[in-house]
Write a protein that binds this ligand. Structure first.
Ligand SMILES: Nc1nc2c(ncn2[C@@H]2O[C@H](COP(=O)(O)OP(=O)(O)OP(=O)(O)O)[C@@H](O)[C@H]2O)c(=O)[nH]1
Ligand SMILES: [Mg+2]
Length: 695
């Protein structure tokens, strides 16, 4: 493949709901461009884009995948993203490097949560997008109905530029609205043959051209004047207007076809290569210099190199492959470049272009283009690689924050380290999930966007690192506290042959006035009944004890202990004896000090479409949550609540099903509160059961 200049490169990202046909469309585009020689199907596990064993196994896309192809003297980098929201991070990476996007819509269902979400992300980043109405080969395809609904949802700029010609509920051909031409489509190959425009389409074409004129006139003063003078646009003007309208986000053309059958795909590609902006038309990107000042990075081969790594894959044979978009300058083989984030030089060995996993070597990757490099040492996704003559850090992908927490447990004893090391490596490929060892519960807790993401990670742990794991709900870190002041004795006396042991203390236990995680220890000993040098031992004895409460073994908080009296023995008293005495006092004091269980409360902000507010609040009620306030945000509503953390274990999954994946949330620990009696009983019973099992 030759190296194209930015003016001839288009980076196009495919977005849409899971199963809408993104991978199928990429496959058809690559096939049309002869970048692959047969049409694979994701259901058969043989597409260019879904090559990862996990994708083949699950028949869905998991990764953002790149494929380069050549089309009519220009280059298209097709970026296929997963539709499942568990892999939203991948989708965001795909959007980050897009010059324009194709949102897939089903001719049967219309817009879906996946397309809604994609459009919100695209608008946020000002990426121009068009629609491909897919599945026109299926019975009950309803082009007109769906197009009308999309216009309602996304405004008058949503205009079909190709129309299906239907015969008995079947798409048999297509009308090109801009050029007033019609084509029949060969059902098997998708090949198009020109035919006269059917009479019934004439007035429809007029109306659509009018609608386009109205929209594009807004983008160009000259066209505006002509439009108001009632003069028709020339074909060139029309095209120029469409290009400008698309670029500034006022026009969102709809194209029609079937990815699966390769209908309308070549037509779509022709329009893409004419109407969508090239990489060269991209506005400069604002990067930041080491001193914090802004540097405008323009798409230009003349400027020093600045490239952004948006995806990393780990190949069992090649090792780490970093996929990057060059924003300015030229990346060349056998050079050294500087990784800004890691403050290290990296050696660029071989560069290549990708078609899925297939590599084609190249000596350089130009500004505006996307390429890949293997075996970088320290570079990860979100890093900028640049020339030392202009050190700049390009804006990062702000990956979604994981909210579903699960404990991950090895099936074979003692393989915790293997899991940790494996996950650490897998973080290269999936920068979204987190893993941490919880010091209190001794669980390894993995957090992700959903069950599917975690399932994929476990599956990779098995296939790549040969370690089998299961997941459990993470243990809730309860606390215990007392409500009453008590005064108790703890006496440790042992006489066994020679040296005895003697420690005797009287301790007052009471709740602290303000919240305190650690023990508040005081002494009010009169007349030296306990010598001063044993005070630290008493405190240490209590300190060790509060790690395990008397109700269910959880740490005790808000506890004040005052050493008030005791006795000692000249010979037999020791630090150890006083430590044990303090522990005995603790053990007899706390059960009679009216102990209670405290449960963690989290602050949760749920972002949902407004029409789901009622359901979400009702559900929060069932979880013992309190609604603290409702705000509006770009997703609809943001409902803030305080909820017992224990009630949130499966929320990521539940919210997904309540909102068909529209909702998302953040969760943060707020404080501890007394647990209601039924919860306390359950937790105590579970603890007893655990002790029995351990015995
Ligand atoms: N009949 C018909 N089936 C299609 C069409 N496009 C895709 N499919 C099928 O629908 C299924 C899902 O298609 P994919 O291309 O994998 O969908 P996707 O959007 O990539 O899905 P994710 O990557 O999981 O988000 C596959 O079995 C395809 O063969 C179409 O136009 N017509
Ligand atoms: Mg896919």
């Amino acid at each position: 493949m030759i190296n194209y200049p930015a003016s001839k490169i288009r980076n196009i990202t495919l977005l849409g709901h899971g199963g809408s046909g993104k991978t199928a469309l990429a496959e058809a585009m690559l096939f049309s461009a002869k970048a692959i020689d047969r049409l694979g199907r994701s259901a058969d596990g043989n597409t260019a884009m879904d090559f990862d064993p996990e994708e083949i196994k699950r028949k869905i896309s998991i990764n953002t995948t790149l494929a380069a192809c050549e089309w009519k003297n220009s280059k298209m980098n097709i970026i296929d993203t997963p539709g499942d929201f568990d892999f939203l991070g991948e989708t965001m990476a795909g959007i980050r490097v897009a010059d324009s996007a194709i949102v897939l819509i089903s001719a049967k269902g219309g817009t879906s949560v996946g397309s809604e979400k994609a459009i919100r992300l695209l608008k946020k980043r000002n990426v121009p997008f068009l629609f491909f109405m897919n599945r026109m080969d299926e019975p009950n395809a309803d082009f007109e109905g769906v197009a009308a609904r999309m216009r309602e949802n996304y405004g008058p700029g949503v205009i079909p530029l190709s129309l299906p010609i239907m015969q008995d509920d079947h798409m048999t051909g297509m009308v090109d609205v801009m050029n007033r031409r019609a084509f029949s489509i060969d059902e098997k190959s998708g090949a198009m043959t020109e035919m006269p425009v059917p009479e019934s389409f004439v007035s429809r074409i007029d109306a659509l051209q009018d609608a386009v004129n109205e929209v594009v006139a807004e983008c160009d003063e000259e066209l505006m004047e002509k439009y108001f003078a009632g003069e028709p646009f020339t074909e060139d003007e029309f095209r120029r207007g469409v290009h400008a309208g698309f670029r500034d986000g006022s026009l969102h053309p709809i194209y029609v076809g079937s990815a699966y059958r390769n209908w309308g795909v070549e037509f779509l590609m022709n329009c893409l290569s004419k109407d969508t902006p090239s990489a060269g038309e991209k506005e400069p990107v604002s990067g930041s210099a080491p001193d914090g000042s802004t540097i405008d990075v323009a798409v230009s081969e003349e400027e020093p190199l600045a490239a952004f790594v948006f995806k990393t894959i780990t190949d069992p044979f090649v090792g780490r492959i970093s996929i990057f978009r060059v924003y300015s300058g030229i990346a060349k083989t056998n050079t050294t470049i500087y990784n800004v984030e890691k403050d290290k030089d990296e050696r660029i060995g071989g560069l290549f272009y990708l078609v899925g996993k297939k590599q084609t070597t190249t000596d350089q990757v130009n500004a505006g283009d996307i390429g890949a490099v293997a075996k970088l040492m320290v570079t990860q996704t979100n890093d900028t690689l640049c020339d030392r003559s202009r050190i700049v850090s390009l804006p990062k992908i702000s990956f979604p924050t994981p909210c579903l927490e699960m404990a991950i447990v090895p099936r074979a004893k003692g393989e915790e380290d293997k899991i940790m090391a494996g996950l650490h490596k897998l973080a290269d490929e999936d920068p979204v999930f987190r893993v941490a060892l919880n010091a209190e519960t001794h669980q390894m807790v993995i957090s992700g966007l959903g069950e599917q993401e975690i399932a994929v990670l476990r599956s990779k742990l098995k296939s790549k690192f040969n370690v089998d794991s299961t997941i459990e709900a993470p243990r809730v870190p309860y606390r215990e506290a007392i409500r009453k002041k008590v005064k108790v004795q703890g006496k440790h006396k042992k006489q066994s042959g020679g040296h005895g042991q003697y420690g005797d203390v009287w301790i007052e236990f009471e709740p602290t006035e303000t919240d305190s995680q650690s023990l508040v220890f005081e002494e009010k000993v009169f007349g030296g009944s306990v010598p001063r040098n044993f005070f630290p031992a008493v405190e240490k004895g209590l300190q060790d004890s509060i790690g395990h409460g008397v109700l269910a073994g959880f740490p005790v908080v808000n506890l004040k202990a005052t050493l008030v009296d005791g006795s000692y023995h000249d010979v037999d008293s020791s630090e150890m004896a006083f430590k044990i005495a303090a522990h005995l006092a603790y053990k007899s004091g706390l059960p009679i000090a009216n102990p209670m269980l405290l449960e963690p409360i989290s602050t949760v902000v749920v972002h949902i479409p407004e029409d789901r507010q009622g359901d979400i609040m009702g559900d929060m009620n069932k979880r013992r949550g309190r609604i603290m306030g409702i705000d509006t945000d770009e997703d609809g509503s943001a409902v803030s609540c305080e909820v017992p953390t224990s009630e949130m274990a499966t929320y990521a999954t539940d919210l997904k099903s309540m909102t068909q994946g529209r909702g998302w949330y953040t969760i943060e620990h707020a404080r501890y509160e007394q647990a209601p009696a039924d919860v306390e009983i359950k937790v105590i019973q579970a603890h007893r059961h655990q002790l029995e099992v351990e015995d």
